[in-house]
Design a binder for this molecule. Structure first.
Ligand code: URA
Length: 309
């Protein structure tokens, strides 16, 4: 699954190396990346992953497999007849695939699932001595005031009070982390969306919530303690604050990329317009096509960055 381009012991330059702001890591003889079924004692991480430059992550393992298969085909990486293996096959928590410098990795649903994966991914990239890595989440979301099927590239991930910060509880105390995403990367991705001429692509703020129902002001969950009027007022206030879509992982991507010196981006298609309803009622075919849009956009980005063969 790829070979390291750097020689043993060679360190990437400071500006571009992966930062792991954790002094305890240096004292560990071995690091077990439990949820990825990988580790420094069991795998040669620099040889396996040292050439990784792009990590694309999405909720579903199947979507990640479809994505890497199309990227490998586009880049003429590997043989078209042979299936790319799931590198994390020894666990069913996450699935990981690699095609040349591109890693595709599933993250499950929600902030706690993606945070656990990102801790281990960032350590993996650090142990593998990777440099200049970009992480892009490709996913689905609920839109606000946009035609369904539009793709939103996140400028800032905001919380339920529309503030660009993530509250992390550390030792029982609240720590606030910055959730801005890389502006230049967002602009470059917007250009890729526009070049495709296949769907509406915008840059906007993304509200990141703890759940799909009450957290996103839906009226159709098992529990709801507000009126339709309250819901509409809240969603309109979110729109006023620059929020164009709602999902459940962007704040973690932004905060963890910022802390580890990695350029991060979030590219999500909107499955519905939340000003018109709560339930996702589009046909299966329409939803499948929508879900392919962020993959197509990031495929275009990778094609330009890597050069198709
Ligand atoms: N994902 C979400 O978190 N919300 C939606 O409305 C759709 C997809």
């Amino acid at each position: 699954t790829g070979t390291a381009k750097k020689t043993e012991g060679e360190q990437p330059s400071k500006e571009t190396a992966i930062r792991v702001p954790n002094p305890h890591l240096q004292k560990m003889k071995e690091d077990v990346l439990y949820h990825l079924a990988l580790g420094t004692g069991t795998h040669n991480l620099p040889a396996l992953f040292g050439d990784v430059k792009f990590v694309c992550t999405g909720g579903s393992p199947l979507r990640m497999k479809a994505f890497i298969t199309s990227i490998a085909k586009e880049m003429a990486i590997g043989s078209p007849a042979c299936d790319l293996p799931n590198i994390c096959a020894a666990t069913d928590r996450y699935a990981m695939y690699k095609a040349g410098p591109v890693l595709a990795l599933s993250h499950g649903i929600g902030m706690s699932s993606i945070a656990t994966m990102l801790h281990e991914l960032i350590k993996l990239l650090h142990h593998a001595k990777c440099s200049n890595v970009i992480i892009i989440r490709i996913g689905t979301s609920g839109g606000i005031g946009l035609e369904p099927g539009s793709v939103v590239i996140t400028k800032q991930a905001v919380n339920a009070s529309f503030k660009p910060q993530l509250e992390q509880m550390v030792l029982g105390k609240s720590v606030l982390r910055n959730t801005d995403l890389d502006e230049k990367l967002a602009e470059e991705l917007l250009e890729c969306g526009k070049e495709l001429h296949q769907f509406n692509t915008v840059i906007g703020n993304t509200m990141c919530t703890l759940d799909f129902y009450e957290g996103q002001a839906r009226l159709d969950g098992a529990i709801c303690s507000y009126t339709e009027e309250d819901k509409m007022k809240y969603l309109k206030a979110a729109h006023e604050a620059g929020v164009r879509n709602i999902e459940m992982e962007s704040a973690i991507v932004a905060a963890m990329c910022n802390l580890s010196g990695i350029k991060g981006a979030v590219v999500c298609v909107t499955l519905l317009n939340r000003l018109q309803g709560d339930q996702i009622t589009s046909s299966h075919e329409a939803l499948v096509e929508y879900e392919e849009r962020p993959q197509k956009l990031v495929g275009q980005f990778l094609k330009k960055r890597l050069g198709g063969k």
